[in-house]
Design a protein around this ligand. Structure first.
Ligand SMILES: [Zn+2]
Length: 419
């Protein structure tokens, strides 16, 4: 994917858009977050509405395709990249003297929008980190168009020659929908398919639902789609390929879910589960489950959070001392130099994660060599980021490194003036 370097390194900023004619009357505007377009004799239906700053481009591409009015805008789910080009589409309708398109979404979506608006600075901060969005560019939507109509489980619309069957299932969100068009055997699934290990267990975000995601993919496969239009990336084509792909991902999610349930039933705690769950070679090598965005480790974290409270089985951690106090005790006993020496030795051996833990004692414990330890930690985080395949994990590592480098350069944390 080409990148506009003036806007930073995030693929989010790719200005690329490609209108793909999928089958007669169904198009996919391929962008960072895809927009599905159903063009009937009666008017147009959009499934998903993109990012706020892609809104003008969505209108431009739509109008290159057709002059017909937009009848419905359906939100596949309420994430920032799927429901926020709407204001531009509404303005387009107004300018053309068309009736206002009706916005349809799942009934849980307004609650999501309410939460986003209540916690805008927080979402700004975590999305900036997750997607590596440079300071000075809004990292989260600011204009919210709530649905005119909401769905609980299912809704069928008749638009021109098309039947649009909308189905709800929880997956990446609690407000997720997918669309089935029987006349064309097309399934528009939003983020039920993203060409990655499903992003269950995003490190920043609220609960997501592995098992229900698996069931939804099985239901999609049951319809035997000839085309599957995903929330991100290229269409998936062919009944057999789609069936195989959906069922492999659902099988992998079920497998992780069952392991977590069995291990919890067997008396294991989080720490042990996170270090002993299995992710078979077959999944690790699958093009449908690549850990390039979501990650199996994140899925297990989400399952633990879904089925379990936060207590980790060690009563020392119930009301723990501040990290700084624990670290100061360790440094006083072991000596700063020995801890730092061992941290650098581990770095040299490529034991980067272990080295980070030792460096954290120096950072939290107020060591004299704190600045130097920060430099080493930043260097390690950058090295780990270079080897990390998950975009989310990579951006977290890089954000950490950047923060440390700012501090060692004497600029202070982000948001306290400076650049
Ligand atoms: Zn998305």
């Amino acid at each position: 994917m080409a990148e506009d370097t003036s806007l930073g390194s995030s693929p989010l900023f790719s200005g690329e858009a490609e209108m793909i004619r999928v089958v007669d009357g169904v198009h996919m505007l391929r962008m960072w977050a895809n927009v599905c377009i159903v063009e009937s004799g009666e008017g147009v239906v959009l499934f998903d509405a993109g990012l706020p700053f892609h809104g003008p481009r969505i209108v431009e591409e739509l109008r290159r395709l057709t002059d017909a009015p937009v009848l419905y805008i359906i939100y596949g789910h309420g994430h920032a990249d799927h429901a926020f080009g709407t204001p531009f589409l509404l303005r387009d309708a107004e300018e053309r003297g068309y009736p206002r398109p009706r916005v349809i979404a799942h009934e849980a979506l307004p609650r999501r929008f309410d939460r986003y608006r209540r916690m805008l600075p927080y979402h700004e901060r975590i999305n900036r980190m997750q997607f590596d969005i440079p300071e000075g560019i809004p990292a989260f939507p600011w204009e919210y168009v709530y649905p005119d109509e909401t769905i609980r489980d299912a809704l069928t619309l008749r638009v021109g020659e098309f039947t649009l069957e909308l189905r709800h299932a929880r997956g990446e969100t609690d407000d997720h929908l997918w669309l089935w068009i029987p006349e064309r055997k097309v399934a528009c699934v939003s983020d039920f398919w993203v060409w990655s290990c499903p992003n269950v267990g995003n490190p920043f975000k609220v609960q997501r639902y592995a098992l229900e995601w698996a069931v939804a993919l099985e239901e999609v496969a049951q319809r035997s789609p000839e085309v599957l239009l995903p929330g991100h990336g290229s269409p998936l084509l062919g009944v057999e390929t789609i069936g195989e792909a959906c069922l492999q991902v659902s099988e992998a999610l079920r497998y992780l879910d069952q392991q977590v349930v069995d291990m919890l039933n067997g008396g294991m705690w989080q720490e042990e589960i996170l270090h002993s769950f299995q992710w078979p070679e077959e999944y690790a090598r699958s093009p449908y489950l690549a850990p390039i965005y979501g990650h199996p480790y994140f899925v297990v974290q989400a399952l633990l959070r879904q089925y379990h409270g936060w207590y980790d089985g060690n009563p020392s951690h119930l009301f723990p001392s501040p990290e700084a106090e624990i670290a100061a005790e360790v440094l006083a006993l072991a000596g700063e130099e020995r801890v730092f020496g061992r941290a650098k030795e581990l770095e040299g051996k490529g034991e980067l994660q272990l080295s980070l833990h030792l460096l954290d004692f120096l950072l939290a414990g107020g060591a004299g060599a704190r600045m130097e330890a920060m430099e080493v930690k930043a260097r390690i985080l950058e090295r780990m980021a270079g080897e990390e395949r998950s975009l989310i994990a990579r951006n977290i590592l890089l954000a950490g490194a950047r923060e440390l480098r700012r501090e060692t350069a004497g600029k202070g944390p982000v948001g306290e003036g400076g650049d």
